[in-house]
Ligand binder design. Sequence first.
Ligand code: DGL
Length: 268
Amino acid sequence: MKSNAPIGIFDSGIGGLTVARAVKAVLPDEQLIYFGDTAHLPYGDKSTAAIQAYSVKITDFLLSKGCKVVLIACNSASAAAYDLVKEYTGSRARVFNVIDPAVGFVREQYKNTCVGLIGTKQTVNSGVYSGKIHSQTPNIDFRSLATPLLVPLIEEGFVNNEISHGIIKQYLDDPSLSGIEALILGCTHYPIIKKEIVALLGEDVKVIDSAETVAKALKGFLDYHQLAASARPGEDQFYVSDFTPAFESITKTFFGEKVHLDNYRLWE
Ligand code: DGL
């Protein structure tokens, strides 16, 4: 693995740019190669088998670009395809998912407490978060809730208004989340509504942002193995499997600045 090789990041679409943004914040000298599978969006309602097939093909693309790391930014793909992607990649690159760092944070900070998770149906119903949390933190009271309305809400720009407030509140008031001391944001899109979630939960509940925890874990890995880039090796690249101008304009919401998307028809 070469330190000046790029970091590959993939997601079902544009939402994973929140993870790319968190990575950039702690590793500004790295070159990113981002792939958003907009042709198959959303992954949150897809079968495990479909997500696995998409994820392996995208990983192949990122490996062909010489990436030293493949970061699965999508929680749904992290739940469905991490083991397979890791096996497929072997020693060619280091594979990260967004679930393990958040699970590690819970193990270190929230033993013997009640912790919640919100995410897509795929992420919650897969039981991957729950399985990993229970095996590492046996005395925990772990709750999870699928919150499928939040992704379309955020993509349509319904943020910080009465409608978003009402829907988020309704989800957070669900009895299954009562008594939690921390809440994992288990979806690429949720950092966009983090402020609203923090305000609704109050200061006694810690909000765990899986984009930030994976960015920290990635930095720790690169520093420890002396694999961090010494100087910026090249420009960041952003690919999507199906381009529309709407996808390009929404990049600003998730990345903080508008980026140019290259159409790469991986499925043809
Ligand atoms: N990227 C997905 C996730 O983090 C959310 C959007 C989708 O369902 O594709 O689970």
